[in-house]
Write a protein of this length. Sequence first.
Length: 259
Amino acid sequence: MSILSKLKMQDQLPLSSLTKIQVGSGAVFATFTIVHLLNTISRTMGHLIYDEFQEWLRGIYQYPVIEITLASSLLIHISASMIKTQRKYGNIRLWLNSFTPSIRSLHRITGWILTAMIMNHIGNTRGFSLSPANVIFRPSSSYIGFSVKWWPYLFYPYYIILGTAGMIHTAIGLLYLPHLNDKPTSLPPLITTYATTKGRTKTRINMMGYGLMAGVLVVGVSVFSFGGVGLGDVALAKDDAVYARHFEHILPRVFLPWR
């Protein structure tokens, strides 16, 4: 090993320190994720409650200091996660070769899904309020309702995957907090395999597993409520013409089903 490689290794943070940075920054951003998920769930009680809740939350998390803190924590969290993965596995192929189904693997996979989706999501929501389009409209329940109305096969799966991944990743991530000093960091299993008195092997889903499944169901019901399916109601379509003009400026005609 060359002297340069030795110096590089000495300058690297220990994995335990990276884990604490990762969990700490994730916990900060989780404050936003939790209220955002609660806002989504509130849609089952009607579009007016959702919109009022969202406007109240915007007054808090769009306050400059808070918004910068949340954005910084997100970037730090993603960076620490990517550095850890690269240092532990080198590349995704090595991770796939050593893959075993576990709560830790579920946390990592949902993190990758969120990393791939979150910048697009921020651009399609916060980006509008930072642009001149904010003079025309602010993304609301009716905006999401418009998207699932005209592109249901794209946006229902999109919102369900985004919401489900966010809920699972946040829930598991918060479980890391009391286990930070464990070596290695331990987490409760989702599934337990045990032997019966007759010598047979059975598999049992633990409370954590049932909790995550319940969360997935709640997110799914909440997303469908934006389109008036199941719980909730249909948001007023008074802004549909504005949304249509917006998409007509950014998408080719072939992708506009109302044209």
